[in-house]
Ligand binder design. Structure first.
Ligand SMILES: Cc1cc2nc3c(=O)[nH]c(=O)nc-3n(C[C@H](O)[C@H](O)[C@H](O)COP(=O)(O)OP(=O)(O)OC[C@H]3O[C@@H](n4cnc5c(N)ncnc54)[C@H](O)[C@@H]3O)c2cc1C
Length: 737
């Protein structure tokens, strides 16, 4: 029984008053304005704002997939677990089923108990997901900036420059005349100078680095990117939802982990927070060492000297800089001081950002892959990198030899998307192809390099496998690594102001190599903080209204690959992500979280909030709608004993997706060879001109935040490619190892 799939209503229907009533009741559940200790002087203003926010949320819900939830709560017979609910003896459930208009007609006193039941009742295995989705939708809307700014008194961050359209006109890259042309008769894109040497799919750290290196080496390179090409500096691209996979609303199939991935020029490097973890650090070197000893990486090419040399080039090209201790804000000091008192060494991050105050943009300081690697290549007058953005590659195309098994890539098919032009700050159609949106076309090339990221490359390979048996490797998508992160909030009796100054600049890697977890300072806006606070609307208000006294850091698990965790496609071709922590990973994660809690108290926190409404303190008569916060360091032991990581009861986030198209010594052990060529499952040989170079090739977790390692691997990959990566690995040659 899946929570809401069976509801097939027209989500764009006019808003029925009964549904509006359900929405109002839900808004009141999560923001019970009459019971909140709002300062009387601002209460009327907050009430007015709340009415506006509520109306805006209902409008937005009516145009999103979430509307089915409101329909189901208004008419419970449409809920997929209605038959089971009817059997429940729970009084709140019975009242809900009887009330005219469902939740909207329910007595106020029954609303919270209904949520308690959904989270923890006998049907929780299916109902908790519904409860959590509602909680997340309402709290993130309620605590968005219009209400959060006056309540918390934070300074609202500026996303766009004053006039993005004018800024974009002034700062748009000067692109040489297009070398590509579109032939609408054959629906093909061709290069006017001749055959394309390399077609690169995806512009994240992997794809951008490959384009940069191959273009610099004089190769004819064309890049295809699904997302928009934002003019650098016109907006703060960090975590902007329109630039993310599924508008930043993605989670695993059972909602156990909320995950994020960029979809824009520069890939996730354009939306991420730029923490630069050196591939020479102990935790990453220990993984690379294992891969080399398993024969998965060329020992010579990936020796620490070669990695150091490649990483030095990456740092120089990207502009990675070291943070100094005097830049740390009080948020960073929580982890810094806590770690020191615990007896372990904290470290200062390297950042891919301009030094504070030196960015040429008033709103952006990011040194992302698009700005640092692609712009120079695109603007080269003699051999420019050609770019097709707002275009999704659907499949790889092949020729097949007479044996019916041996294939060679000939190019790809791609579909043009409607470009994002809302703020007039994107470069639309940089190659001046003028292909109407929705058109599917082809482009041929001598070599294809997939760099569409863990989700994107997996999707392209799975799609291609439907028509090309040589690609149909059952290993595609398997063994997903997420680096799930468990955020901790420390409430201090002094001002922290985590949004002021340099955010996220400290980490602790003492436990990185083993047992395998890392602590990292975390920041975020109230809308994110609200999701982390357990309990009801009053509990959330109490915690979030003290936002300026809160500090945060997270425990990030270096998780273990398992075939039970994978990326696949549903019947409609949509990406589905399945992920659950194994028992062994849970064990390590609990230990890491308990140390994190101790460090937060040692740093001086008076309370520690953890994002879980499980009964981690083992209380009698526990109610998941009554928020529990930790007030004593000794309680870390109870959390370590009792936290079960129940999906939809404990919130985990992830942004480091990896390892779905692993390097393996044969097609039954990996998707790409140690040369990063895709295995042909029919011949057991490499496909000679189809490569993968992105986060998906790692055989296990890379050991820490992956961006710098991806850049470095891409540089080494290009060095090898340019030196003639000619010797083909075959099943016979690799199995000898
Ligand atoms: C919010 C966030 C914060 C992060 N913070 C950090 C951090 O601080 N430090 C760190 O080291 N790492 C961080 N990461 C992770 C890091 O950014 C990623 O691991 C890295 O960017 C992955 O690189 P990639 O080359 O594999 O692909 P991606 O960066 O994912 O890029 C893939 C690109 O391919 C495009 N694409 C996908 N499918 C197609 C298709 N079919 N056709 C054409 N194009 C396609 C996508 O639009 C995307 O632009 C963060 C990630 C996120 C999302």
């Amino acid at each position: 029984m899946n929570t809401l799939e069976p509801i097939q209503e027209n989500t764009k229907a006019a808003i029925d008053p009964a549904i509006a009533q359900t929405h109002n009741a839900l808004f009141d559940t999560w923001f019970p304005i009459e019971q909140l200790p709002i300062p009387p002087a601002i209460a009327p203003d907050i009430a007015k704002l709340a009415t506006e926010v509520s109306a805006g949320m209902l409008q937005a819900f009516s145009q999103s997939g979430f509307f089915v939830v409101l329909i189901g709560l208004t008419d419970p017979s449409k809920l997929p677990f209605y038959a089971e609910l009817k059997l429940s003896q729970n009084p709140a459930v019975q009242a809900f089923l009887k009330a005219t208009g469902g939740y909207g007609g329910l007595d106020k006193s029954d609303r919270q108990p209904l949520f308690s039941y959904l989270f923890d009742g006998e049907l929780a295995a299916v109902t908790a997901q519904l409860a959590m989705q509602i909680r997340e939708a309402y709290l993130s809307g309620i605590w968005d900036l219009p209400l959060a700014v006056p309540i918390t008194e934070i300074q609202a961050p500026q996303v766009f420059v004053q006039n993005p359209e004018i800024y974009a006109k002034r700062h748009a890259p000067v692109i040489p005349p297009s070398r590509l042309r579109y032939d609408c008769a054959t629906k093909t894109i061709q290069h006017q100078d001749g055959a394309i040497d390399y077609l690169v799919i995806g512009s994240g750290p992997g794809g951008a680095a490959v384009c940069h290196e191959l273009q610099k080496a004089g190769k004819r390179v064309v890049l295809i990117e699904k997302g928009p090409f934002v003019v650098w500096g016109s907006m703060d691209t960090r975590s902007y939802s329109r630039l993310m996979f599924r508008n930043d609303q993605a989670s695993t199939i059972n909602n156990s982990v909320i995950f994020r991935s960029g979809e824009t020029m520069g890939g996730s490097s354009t939306v991420n927070i730029d923490l630069a973890f050196s591939p020479l650090s102990g935790t990453i070197q220990s993984r690379i060492g294992q891969w080399i000893s398993n024969g998965l990486l060329d020992a010579e090419a990936y020796s620490s000297e070669k990695i150091a040399a490649a990483y030095q080039r990456v740092r120089q090209d990207i502009g990675t800089r070291e943070v100094t201790q005097d830049e740390l804000n009080r948020d960073n000091l929580a982890l810094w001081n806590g770690a020191k008192k615990y007896g372990i060494d904290p470290s200062l991050y390297h950042l891919n950002r301009f030094p504070t105050g030196l960015s040429p943009s008033p709103v952006d300081d990011k040194l992302d892959a698009a700005r640092q690697l692609l712009l120079t290549a695109i603007q080269d007058a003699t051999n420019p990198l050609s770019v097709i953005c707002d275009a999704t590659v659907d499949q790889i195309q092949f020729t097949t030899q007479s044996d019916g098994k041996t294939v060679q890539a000939t190019g790809v098919s791609l579909t043009l998307n409607t470009p994002w032009t809302d703020y007039g700050n994107t470069v639309v159609d940089p190659s001046n192809l003028q292909i109407p949106s929705g058109t599917t076309v082809s482009i041929a090339a001598n070599n294809v390099i997939l760099a569409a990221g863990t989700i994107g490359t997996t999707r392209i390979l799975l799609n291609t496998a439907k028509n090309t048996p040589a690609i149909a490797n059952s290993r595609i998508g398997k063994g997903l690594i997420l680096h799930p992160s468990f955020p901790l909030i420390g409430v201090f009796d002094q001002t922290i102001n985590l949004l002021e100054g340099l955010d996220s600049a400290t980490f602790v890697e003492a436990f990185g190599p083993t047992p395998g977890f890392i602590y990292e300072t975390m920041g975020g806006l109230p809308a994110y903080g609200a999701l982390l606070v357990p309990g009801n609307g009053q509990d959330v208000y109490r915690a979030v209204s003290q936002f300026n006294q809160c500090a945060g850091f997270g425990t990030m698990l270096v998780d273990t690959p398992s075939d039970d965790n994978f990326v696949t496609l549903d019947d409609q071709g949509n990406v589905v992500v399945q992920y659950n922590l194994s028992e062994a990973d849970k064990q390590r994660f609990r230990a890491g979280i308990a140390i994190g809690i101790r460090m937060m108290f040692l740093a001086g926190a008076k309370q520690v909030i953890i994002p879980s409404n499980e009964n981690f303190l083992n209380q009698e008569n526990f109610d998941p709608m009554v928020g529990v916060t930790l007030t004593d360091m000794a309680q870390a032991d109870l959390v370590e004993q009792n936290l079960e990581f129940i999906p939809n009861r404990t919130l985990l986030t992830a942004a480091h997706l990896q390892a779905t198209n692993k390097i393996g010594l044969s097609p039954d052990r990996g998707v790409v060879s140690p040369n990063q060529r895709v295995w042909n499952v029919l011949t057991g040989e490499e496909i000679p001109n189809l490569y993968v170079m992105d986060s998906s090739i790692f055989p296990t977790s890379v050991g820490a935040n992956p961006m710098q390692s991806i850049y470095t691997f891409a540089y080494i990959f290009c060095d090898r490619l340019l030196q003639g990566l000619s010797q083909k690995a075959t099943l016979a040659s690799t199995s000898a190892r």
